[in-house]
Design a protein around this ligand. Structure first.
Ligand code: FE
Ligand code: FE
Ligand code: ZN
Length: 277
């Protein structure tokens, strides 16, 4: 069965997200661990977590994907920025121990003029430090997101993600964002097989654990990172038909991050299910 869902507001807690997901035909969902601009997370409600676990088991929901705040920059140049990134990521991973089997996705970071190599070094050092603070015992799967390469973003090339993976003493996965890789120059519309082959050669396809399924407002290589509704952007519906059916992708969970309200997401989920063969 296809694993498909979308980004949901976490303001009502886990059970509410599970119920909302079911009501729109979703069996997976993504949420921000806290305000996407940063700040403190709400205290974890153990009763809500337990109620969600029962609901998810009953309804076949999961894996859930927690997304770190956008303001988290593990490649920053200031101590304040790096401290914030480390404390937020550590706290997020601690909280996620309460929901076993979850995925945790983050934007590797922006090197803010320090250069890609320095950025990769900072990101890798931070991950090593965080993982060792858990005694190496992090049960949540940590995912690096493929980025559009906007500004000084690290992770716009598969090689950059590979380098981080190689430098971290803990198994990392990857979340492939269709809008981002397209904006980064990878031709997923014209040569999906070629792009996935390159992913496999450079990163290893077994590292791929999730797909952010978004169309793009801009042409390939634009590096703008503006998401569009499925079939309403430059990637196009034909590409999404190929994406949801590709043997290397079809069993992965797909998470929509398109500019939709809940009704819009419900329609996009139905649309994507309808493209399955
Ligand atoms: Fe993201
Ligand atoms: Fe994304
Ligand atoms: Zn994006």
């Amino acid at each position: 069965m296809m694993k498909i869902g979308c980004h949901l507001s976490s303001s009502g807690g886990y059970l509410a997200m599970g119920q909302t997901a079911r009501s729109i035909g979703a069996n997976v969902f993504q949420f921000f661990t806290r305000n996407p601009r940063g700040g403190a997370a709400k205290a974890l409600d153990k009763a809500d977590v337990a109620a969600f676990a029962a609901f998810a088991a009953e309804n076949g929901i999961g894996p859930i994907l927690a997304h770190a705040p956008y303001t988290l920059n593990a490649a920053g140049s200031e101590a304040r920025v790096l401290d914030f990134a480390r404390s937020v990521m550590t706290d997020d991973l601690k909280r996620l121990e309460a929901t076993p089997g979850a995925l945790y996705n983050f934007h590797p970071g922006s090197h803010v003029g320090q250069g890609v190599e320095t950025g990769i070094g900072l990101i890798s050092d931070m991950l090593n430090r965080i993982v060792s603070s858990f005694g190496g015992d992090v049960s949540t799967t940590i995912l690096l997101e493929t980025m559009a390469g906007k500004g000084s973003e690290v992770g716009g090339r598969f090689e950059e993600l590979r380098e981080i993976i190689d430098r971290v003493d803990h198994p990392l996965g990857v979340c492939l964002d269709t809008c981002h890789v397209w904006d980064g120059g990878y031709d997923i519309a014209g040569d999906l097989d070629g792009v996935l082959g390159e992913f496999d050669r450079i990163i290893g396809i077994d590292r791929l654990k999730a797909v952010h399924i978004n169309d793009s407002l801009n042409g390939r290589g634009a590096r703008k990172d503006r998401h569009a509704k499925i079939g309403k952007g430059k990637i196009g519906i034909g590409a999404f038909r190929a994406i949801v059916n590709h043997p290397k992708l079809r069993d992965l969970p797909f998470y929509l991050e398109t500019p939709c309200d809940l009704q819009g997401y419900k329609e996009e989920i139905a649309l994507l299910k309808g493209l399955r063969r």
